[in-house]
Design a protein around this ligand. Structure first.
Ligand code: GAL
Length: 411
């Protein structure tokens, strides 16, 4: 009898919790990438203690696996209540054009987000006066990471241009460093390609490429591919089997000298590995990209048909708030997307990124969704794979041009 009563009581508790609300958020931030998101969820739970949060994640750097699962769910009519997507063309060119997202412009007004975020960022997440997602951060893609003590021991400094990088690479090889550069699986090679290309074309050239004013078959782009091929010759041969975290580990343990990765690597070094900026790890702009900040922003949107719409709207309010951004970003390695964040909460690396965000020329990342729709980015992976195998620059440039036409780049 007693047992039956206990069961009845337990059931009552479960029912009242679910009646009070649920929220499912969807992202690729699991494991090492999880702590910043967990801090945000904690803040949400403080505000909405009766809501049961399902923090659904599909692991895999840059969302390679999560985006595929999301696609199935969106097309199957079971969207999460809110999901991670990069600010810009990744969301707009995919789910916004398909009419699957809710317009958030009234939320931006009521929460003052329209004034809190930089104008250019709002432009990136808008079409025809409608705003499609709430940015939680700004990440920098063009960063070269190194281990200061190891560079000193090898007697080299961080190269400032790609030709200089190739020279440093030869120096290091002569000193017995088999792979001066470490890269990982396909998307991290695309990430490297992006920095090599921007370092070759310059910020303006990069913008021209995505505006359709410069073709991929332009000799400058072909030359960029050739440099990328030489840079890949400095890299480890087991790249395809490494996650970005495993590549970062090789900087810390001194197997390789350099890695080009977004500043989620700073989050990994500080939050997961407990290393201090400047001593535990060092950084510089990727060669050839000094004074250029290649940006991307993680954002969350509200899909049409979300089961728990009110809870999802409250989630968006929390992640766009000053408290939300300052809870999330110091752990993530990114800076707040809002202009009023409290910099005293951030480490030396993030402070330097925040200063560059204000003073540098800003361009958008390809691999992380700012400048091209998902249809281009996902197909571009095969172009990189083929190029790395063949080193055929003209062929890769022609293939990329075909993809660009198909994806309507510059239209
Ligand atoms: C990016 C994302 C970052 C980080 C990274 C590695 O696409 O914007 O926040 O998660 O992938 O997975």
């Amino acid at each position: 009898m007693k047992k039956a009563l206990l069961i009845a009581a337990a059931l009552a508790v479960t029912t009242s919790a679910s009646a009070a609300g649920k929220l499912e958020i969807f992202s690729w931030w699991s494991g090492d990438e999880g702590p910043a998101l967990e801090a945000l969820v904690k803040l949400y739970k403080q505000k909405y203690p009766s809501v049961a949060v399902d923090n659904a994640t599909v692991s895999g750097g840059a969302g390679t696996n999560a985006k595929a699962v999301l696609k199935t769910r969106m097309l199957g009519g079971t969207p999460p209540d809110s999901f991670q997507a990069h600010a810009g063309q990744e969301l707009i060119g995919t789910w916004v054009v398909a009419g699957r997202m809710e317009d958030l412009s009234s939320l931006f007004k009521s929460e003052g987000f329209d004034k809190a975020f930089p104008k250019d960022l709002i432009k990136l997440i808008s079409t025809n006066g409608k705003i499609w997602s709430v940015p939680v951060n700004v990440h920098r893609s063009n960063v070269m990471w190194y281990n200061p003590a190891k560079l000193k021991a090898w007697g080299v400094t961080a190269p400032k241009t790609w030709p200089e990088f190739l020279k440093t690479c030869s120096t290091l090889k002569a000193k017995g460093v088999a792979a001066p550069l470490v890269v990982g699986e396909n998307w991290t090679q695309q990430h490297l390609w992006e920095s090599v290309m921007i370092g070759t074309l310059g910020a303006q050239g990069w913008e021209n490429l995505w505006a359709g004013k410069m073709k991929f078959t332009d000799p400058k782009v072909v030359a960029g591919f050739t440099t990328f091929g030489k840079v890949m010759d400095c890299a480890n041969k087991d790249a395809s089997g490494l996650s970005w975290q495993q590549a970062s580990d090789r900087i810390i343990d001194g197997t390789s000298a350099f890695n080009i990765m977004g500043d989620w690597a700073a989050g990994y070094f500080t939050t997961t590995k407990k290393l201090a900026p400047n001593t535990g790890f060092g950084w510089a702009p990727a060669p050839g990209t000094t004074k250029t900040f290649v940006m991307l922003a993680d954002s969350f949107g509200l899909p049409k048909g979300a089961k728990n719409r009110t809870e999802a709207m409250n989630w968006l309010k929390v992640l766009g708030s000053k408290a939300g951004q300052d809870a999330f970003n110091p752990l993530k390695g990114s800076i707040a997307a809002r202009t009023d964040s409290d910099l005293s909460k951030y480490n030396t690396y993030s402070k330097s990124a925040a200063a560059d965000w204000k003073s540098n020329k800003i361009v958008g990342s390809l691999v992380h969704g700012a400048v091209a729709p998902e249809s281009f980015t996902s197909a571009f992976g095969a172009v990189i794979d083929q190029f790395v195998a063949s080193k055929n620059s003209a062929g890769a440039a022609a293939a990329a041009q075909q993809l660009a036409v198909r994806a309507g780049i510059g239209k």
